[in-house]
Design a protein around this ligand. Sequence first.
Ligand code: SAH
Ligand code: SF4
Ligand code: F3S
Length: 437
Amino acid sequence: MDKFYHIVTYGCQMNVHESEKIAGILSEMGYASCEVPEEADIVVFNTCCIRENAENHAYGNIGMLKKLKAARRDMIIAVGGCLTQQMSKAENLHEKFPYVDIIFGTHNLCHLKELIERKLREKKTVIEIQDTEGDIREDNRPLRTSYPNAWVNIMYGCNNFCSYCIVPYVRGRERSRDADKIIDEVRSLVAEGYKEITLLGQNVNSYKGRLTFPRLLEEIAGIDGKFRLRFMTSHPKDFSPELIDVMARNPKICNCLHLPVQSGSDAVLKAMNRRYTSADYLKKVAALKERIPDCAVTTDLIVGFPGETDEDFNDTLALVDKVGFASAFTFVYSRREGTAAAKMPNQVPEEVSKARIMRLVDAVNAKTRALSQTYIGRTVEILCEDYDGKRGLYMGRDEHGRMGYFACEKDMTGQFVNIKITHANGISLTGELVQTV
Ligand code: SAH
Ligand code: SF4
Ligand code: F3S
């Protein structure tokens, strides 16, 4: 192999998996992966635009390649993903970084091979941004990089139009993959030895195929072999008793649920177009915990949404306290051009948002830490993912998604082990190996 690629990925799991598809295309073209852009013949940036800082990260790193590109003019730089799906951003990128060779949108990933071939023939920048979603392509074989986990798309796009969110604009409307293709894919992944399957979609609960989402999940959980089944993300408005039932009855489905609430204030939730109230949310979580007391609930929270008052923010703190999230991603609202919220009055000043996020992070962390302490003395099953050479420790996760560390000499990646927890630190646990499962 004498041609190399390097992929830089920003954003969510959807993008991580799409980078695996990009890797699949490049490896079929004869490129091999390399660790640093300096050694690469093609560098691909798979971008995200969910918040301004995600964009800025990408711009910063693309900018850093300017010198390298000047020294190695035959190196190809391609930029794709959610950021470049927006025509204005793509044009801006082209202007700011004229040395970028290929610019493509989220719907054009499957044409990457053709785009590269075109670039090798033509001198000028190749730009392809399709504004229609097109059909679901089943022919891209991903080159998976996250063993023992395998990501599996069940749907693409989003119809929810939460007023702050850019995703529906850059990912298009919801399209569900054929249920049988999904089931076949999982079956072969399990046969290949993957030990954790994570089903992906912006809102998996609104999956629409031959089966409903809970039935699809149940069919997948019925596949032979020892593996864990996860799914993300669920929208609270579509989170149903039927899904709780399927989770409770199928031991392969992990007892954990990522259920983004965003805010605890009904006025803010309404302005966000989330279509549930904080009471609806609490009721759903209570129903889940009643059926599966051990279920870890995690969430996403936004502070500083336009018009958010101190009182609204206090409602968020109160909700966090009531639910007791195992962990939470906390974000400062970022104004996204083109969304409904971008035009709303009363944008919250930065210093107010900053003070709020600090209080929120403290509240969330205190709960996470307290929950971690309850693990001490317990034996938990960990799926080994990685070796932390610096600390001489193996890292894996329990079914709740908590990281568990233990000392071990041999390669255990992909194995289930039981460890007895001796220490807890933030969200991570440390323990002693009891037995291999
Ligand atoms: N489809 C998923 C994930 C969407 S993006 C869902 O609905 O939950 C992940 C998270 O980013 C969201 O849950 C939200 O908390 C956050 N987010 C989205 N747009 C944002 C914005 N403009 N500013 C700050 N956070 C945002
Ligand atoms: Fe964005 Fe809302 Fe869709 Fe999630 S459900 S991707 S937050 S619009
Ligand atoms: Fe970002 Fe696109 Fe995911 S905007 S969060 S990479 S869907």
